[in-house]
Design a protein around this ligand. Structure first.
Ligand SMILES: C[S@@+](CC[C@H](N)C(=O)[O-])C[C@H]1O[C@@H](n2cnc3c(N)ncnc32)[C@H](O)[C@@H]1O
Length: 372
């Protein structure tokens, strides 16, 4: 693979990405990312070839949605995953695709009536926005700009104030409104300086207990600056890849829990200067809201490991009941951890001496440890 290309020092990441994907929306670019065969190919029957051929993903996150859910697809391209998810969530569910590229969106939107007619309902919409700012609808922004004259710095500052107010009062994607956020080979395209905000936005829009399922390209080692500055490698979903452990860490740091690698390509998709680039699919949950009730619960870790450390740093040993506040147990009962834990609500109505000895014997709630 050639590392010779225009330098990203001279161009903005967004400009490079926009130009590359505008072209890819018009003419299929087979080398762009590494599309996988979907697990439910029958759901492609209602899609036109123009959409099927322009699959620039690297995974199949849509297979993780379920009936009735509200789904958000970040960087939806020509809408393939949205139309697949639309059939899985059914008429009671809803799918929103967000992309910043007009050309991608116009292909996606062109087929909305036809696909709605084939599946028997209309539950998909596409919005133009940047995924690192899910509050700002770029179509609304264009309309505002068309009716505003911005001739100097003062005008610009006033306009910026209006934009921020609108994003707050009428965000494109409302906070806590989404059950599952998908993305397929897009996060790596966002400028590094905007990634903390990107994952924070992902978190903001999910309801408590909601989840993100993200397929993306990750690298086996940190990517050196000269590769990151290569516009072709960046826009080709290679040199903007998160390093694998940084990818997982980014979700943990943003407050997600039960972060899990669901899939990881055995063979790298690309190797550049000895660095392997492969697709992974990650799932991460926004913690549930838990209300302190004063109740307690015994939590027993089933195994198969000798012990596990929860995201809040509590060590659970296989087969050993641990007494915790009930809301802590609720927080742990999310995603795949549910199957690994036995939770029994407890009520201590007996003498105070018995209550404290039960706590000291098994628990982490005691005065001495203060761990939960
Ligand atoms: C590699 S393609 C993947 C498209 C689609 N997810 C798929 O699987 O075919 C990347 C898409 O993300 C969009 N994109 C890239 N950066 C974006 C950003 N910051 N905000 C919104 N869309 C973005 C591009 O316009 C393009 O449609």
């Amino acid at each position: 693979m050639s590392a010779e290309s225009t330098s990203l020092n001279l161009l903005s990441v967004e400009q490079v990405v926009r130009e590359r994907y505008s072209q890819a929306s018009q003419k299929v670019e087979p080398a762009l990312c590494c599309a996988v065969t979907p697990s439910q190919p029958e759901l492609l029957k209602v899609l036109p070839p123009e959409i099927i051929e322009r699959d620039y993903g690297c995974g199949d996150p849509a297979k993780y949605v379920t009936a009735g859910e509200t789904v958000l697809d970040l960087g939806s391209g020509v809408g393939k995953a949205c139309y697949v998810a639309a059939q899985i969530v059914g008429a009671a569910g809803r799918v929103i695709g967000v992309d910043m590229n007009d050309d991608m969106l116009s292909v996606a939107r062109k087929y909305q009536p036809e696909i709605a007619q084939k599946i028997g309902y209309s539950n998909v919409e596409f919005r133009r926005g940047r995924i690192q700012d899910l509050a700002t609808d770029l179509d609304v922004l264009d309309a505002m700009l068309a009716s505003t004259s911005v001739a100097n710095a003062a005008d610009w500052m006033a306009f910026e104030e209006r934009r921020k107010l609108l994003a707050k009062s009428e965000p494109m994607i409302a906070s806590e409104s989404i059950d599952v956020t998908l993305s397929n080979c897009v996060l790596n395209l966002v400028a590094e300086a905007e990634r903390v905000q990107l994952i924070a936005e992902l978190y903001r829009v999910l309801r408590p207990g909601g989840r993100a399922v993200i397929s993306d390209i990750v690298s086996s080692k940190p990517v050196p600056e000269h590769l990151k500055n290569n516009a072709e490698l960046w826009s080709g979903c290679i040199s903007g890849a998160f390093e694998q452990r940084a990818f997982v860490k980014a979700f943990e740091t943003a407050g997600f829990t039960a972060v899990e690698l669901l899939e990881r390509q055995a063979q790298p998709w690309q190797v550049v200067e000895g660095i392997e680039f492969r697709s992974v699919t990650i799932r991460a949950y926004r913690p549930k809201l838990t209300v302190a009730t004063g109740e307690v619960a015994y939590v027993t870790y089933r195994g198969p490991w000798r012990s596990v450390m929860t995201d809040d740093m509590v060590l659970l040993s296989r087969g050993e009941p641990m007494l915790v506040h009930a809301e802590v147990a609720d927080r742990w009962m999310i995603g795949p951890l549910k199957q690994q834990l036995i939770v029994e609500r407890a009520f201590f109505g007996g003498p105070a001496s018995q209550q404290s000895s039960a706590t000291e014997e098994h628990g982490c709630c005691g005065e001495a440890t203060k761990c939960c």
